[in-house]
Design a protein around this ligand. Structure first.
Ligand code: GAL
Length: 138
């Protein structure tokens, strides 16, 4: 696992906030992941994992030391060596994921306590140019 980016938001996230990640996939892209980690421990509230090998996006959570049920999406707007933007907008009930400003999926919160989601990690075959947390409102 190659850590490409990490940021802390000690007070956690709030409904109405967005995380906007801009980057470029690497030429030999096989997969990358954006993880929103929650306390206690490094549990994963949202694992967002585009897989080039199957042209699918796999989302899941890792809570209580176990992966849950995968939510697999067949929309795959990523291409090797191309810039992209992923926006993860959270409301009370869902993460809404937009890729290049198009809504691609939503993921019902499994970690319902959003204030425990305090860390962002981005791993593997990707070059990150910017990460921004912005308040969109509800
Ligand atoms: C596993 C994989 C993990 C994670 C998980 C998601 O097969 O090893 O990295 O992607 O699937 O369900």
């Amino acid at each position: 696992l190659l850590l490409q980016f990490e940021a802390l938001q000690p007070e956690g996230i709030c409904p109405g906030w967005s995380i906007v990640v801009k980057g470029e996939t690497s030429s030999s892209s096989s997969m990358f992941e954006i993880n929103l980690l929650c306390e206690p421990g490094d549990q994963i509230a949202l694992h967002f994992n585009p897989r080039f090998s199957s042209s699918r996006i796999v989302c899941n959570s890792f809570l209580n030391s176990l992966w849950g049920q995968e939510e697999v999406n067949n929309t795959f707007p990523f291409k090797a060596k191309e810039p992209f933007q992923v926006e993860i907008y959270s409301d009370q009930d869902y993460f809404h994921v937009f890729i290049n400003e198009n809504k691609v999926l939503q993921y019902k919160h499994r970690q319902k306590n959003l204030s425990s989601i305090t860390k962002l990690q981005i791993l593997n075959d990707v070059d990150i140019s910017s990460v921004e947390i912005t308040k969109r409102g509800l």
